[in-house]
Write a protein that binds this ligand. Sequence first.
Ligand code: TMP
Length: 235
Amino acid sequence: MQKKELLYEGKAKKVYNTEDPGVYIVSYKDDATAFNGLKKGTIVGKGVVNNQMSNFMFRLLEKQGIPTHFVEELSERETAVKRVTIVPLEVIVRNKAAGSLSKRLGLEEGTAMRCPVLEFSYKNDDLGDPMVNDYHILAMGLATREELDQIAAMSLKINQLMVEFFKSVKVDLIDFKLEFGKTLEGDIILADEISPDTCRFWDADTGEKLDKDRFRRDMGGVEEAYAEMMKRLGL
Ligand code: TMP
């Protein structure tokens, strides 16, 4: 499988088309940004970690019946994926309060939620990905009722599977962000990535942060945290 033309370059990935109209190639970069691109840096080796960890998670979820865009890992940084149109929503699932939820609701980081919290943001960098609810999503035509119900059910199922898996490697899954895509056939499947960039991982025993918050908050030990997550996954 060969890259043809660069279709899109985002903050952390590049997307290419291929000879196969149903297959794209994603290439993961070491570039890191935070606060909607305001903070910029490099996390050495991040592209490799995020590629391999995402593929590990997509395979795990596929085995449990979650359809994903994963096709084939091509190299350390590159993966063939199904061509989709990304639903312009960031879907956030939270098990414990942290980050923007802690700020917004005045909850101490680490406060357990009585049930998982599902949030949606409208994917729009110019607007800073504002939070939206079902009404905004339907009114703006970002997704249909059916698509939204399917996205919500899949996200909660993915949360169950991920919480259980990460528990087995002594990691507390605090929260994470998902993106979904629509295939040429109109099916909704899991897309984008699942990595320390898009999840909050805390060591189950010590509470040590093993994710991008170390970069966002200038905590140091960023590369080491990404490497530790790879080790936990046996990668
Ligand atoms: P938040 O607490 O900043 O809203 O982040 C919630 C989760 O979503 C956290 O695991 C980090 C992830 N996230 C992204 O993947 N991309 C983003 O642009 C933001 C703001 C958060």
